[in-house]
Design a protein around this ligand. Sequence first.
Ligand SMILES: Nc1ncnc2c1ncn2[C@@H]1O[C@H](COP(=O)(O)OP(=O)(O)OP(=O)(O)O)[C@@H](O)[C@H]1O
Ligand SMILES: [Mg+2]
Length: 344
Amino acid sequence: MLTSPRNISLFISILVAIVTGIFSALMFFINSSDIWKYLLVEILAIFIIAYVITFYTIRKILINKITPIYKIIQQTGNSNLNNIDSFDNKNLIEEASKDVTNWFKLKTREIEKLKKLEKYRREFLGNVSHELKTPIFNAQGYISTLIDGGIDDKNINKKYLEKADQSINRLITIVRDLELISKLESGELELNRENFNIVQLLKDIVDLLEMRANKLNIKVQVNSGEKSIMVNADRPRISDVINNLIVNSLIYGKQNGTTTINFYDMENKILVEVSDNGVGIEEKFIPRLFERFFRVDKSRSRDQGGTGLGLAIVKHILEVHGETIHVRSTLGEGSAFSFTLNKA
Ligand SMILES: Nc1ncnc2c1ncn2[C@@H]1O[C@H](COP(=O)(O)OP(=O)(O)OP(=O)(O)O)[C@@H](O)[C@H]1O
Ligand SMILES: [Mg+2]
């Protein structure tokens, strides 16, 4: 009933009028010499009664109005709200308004985060299908040509089969990378930690990449004062990390350039740094390097069979190890990627 300002005013006025009427009626029975005293008592009594009635009515109405709003806010998962009964009478509205504003800010932030994730998910799906489409269509093109008679043409039959094979290999690489990322993201992949010599692992990887580096005229050097630095980590996974970083330093390196691997001792950790004097990365792209499918120079990366998944995998593998990766880069001068590992 007491929901509109008109009803509230009517309710309070009627009560005050009744109380005033009763007191005024009592005046008839009062001896005229005492009338001033009684008038004073009447004014005081009416004041107190009107104050108490108004105070409790308004407070009850406000609390009745605010409680359902609070219930909704609490149901939507805000646990750090004040308890409404503990509100100071003076600041009832102020405190409620503060809480609602905070809740609003929190929800807005949550919605923004969800929107971002949704955009990321949509982009991701688009990227996956886009990246898969090219090798699928290429393979299909070569095979169709062979079926349509190309198989008997000695000039192209072997070449086209090889090209179809390359496209399928590329598909396999992409699918494998995606599978690995999703396993790393869902925490499905368990680490097989062991103690091994990180310097030796680096040297083995560099040996395997020697031909590729020679073709590009890039010198790869491993700088380690000590022959052996033992670390505790998942060897094959760390090998993936290092491989990705060195291959990147070759792809995005300069002809006649150098890739250098340095080790830095940090008490109970060892820092490994792979640096190059290649094309470098513009500062604005650095925070995005570890996103899936992100490539600064799409055509250069694609020419080398890149998908933009390498660094996403690197970051995830290091995160599972409880480590992070750092990048320093200057456009036109080169880049340095570094990460730490626990010493054995
Ligand atoms: N050492 C580097 N110097 C300059 N740019 C780099 C370097 N490493 C990575 N980048 C940039 O970061 C992007 C992402 O690297 P990432 O390794 O994730 O993908 P990719 O090398 O393009 O493909 P993939 O590794 O999946 O084969 C690259 O496309 C490149 O633009
Ligand atoms: Mg790469």
